[in-house]
Design a binder for this molecule. Structure first.
Ligand SMILES: [Zn+2]
Length: 195
């Protein structure tokens, strides 16, 4: 017994009783759906990286690594799914896993935006010293000030800053990091100023 790649119904004949597609038409339909959803996922990943810079989380780099791992797992599943579809193997379970992963970058982007935009907590000012700076150019540039940490169990903080702040501070500067709690308890950096 095989399942229709288009609607998932069990079928005995080449033509599906439920949706009326033949096995090759169902495969074509599945592959075009996969392509559309992959495009939606890739857009979401870009949206996430852009959105994550708006209210930069203190643990932004950890979050970016997490989304990077999700990204490669999802693309790996997409490739695996495509191969199974071509070989006419059962794709039902894998398809569900894949479709479940697609909205994740969009949801995380919304979460980080909401975390900053609707945050009503008071600003906390944390003193720190700039140890070094790091910048990665590109279409979505990332700039970090590496500063001493004020949190227990942390030595360093990698604070995301814009170009102006990145150029303004140099190694050894004493700075105040303005931190907010975040609506969903993801602390984020509201600004950096000279002490
Ligand atoms: Zn069907």
């Amino acid at each position: 017994m095989t399942r229709c790649m288009n609607c998932g119904a069990e079928r005995d004949a080449d033509k599906c009783d439920v949706c009326g597609l033949t096995s090759s038409a169902a495969e074509f339909s599945l592959r075009s759906k996969l392509l559309n959803r992959t495009a939606f996922f890739l857009l979401g990943a870009v949206a996430f990286v852009v959105a994550s810079g708006r209210y930069p989380a203190l643990e932004l780099d950890g979050i970016l690594i997490f989304i990077g791992i999700v990204f490669f797992i999802t693309l790996g599943i997409a490739i695996w799914l495509e191969r199974r579809a071509v070989q006419h193997q059962d794709v039902d379970t894998l398809k569900r896993v894949y479709y479940g992963l697609i909205p994740i970058p969009w949801l995380l982007a919304l979460l980080l935006i909401a975390n900053g935009a609707f945050d009503t907590s008071a600003v906390k000012t944390e003193p720190a010293r700039v140890i070094s700076k790091f910048s990665m150019p590109g279409p979505i540039a990332s700039r970090r000030l590496i500063v001493t940490s004020w949190r227990d169990g942390h030595h360093l903080e990698r604070v995301a800053v814009d170009r102006v702040d990145f150029d303004r501070f140099t190694k050894g500067d004493l700075v105040d990091i303005k931190v907010k709690e975040g609506l969903v308890s993801i602390p984020w950096v509201a600004g950096v100023s000279m002490q």
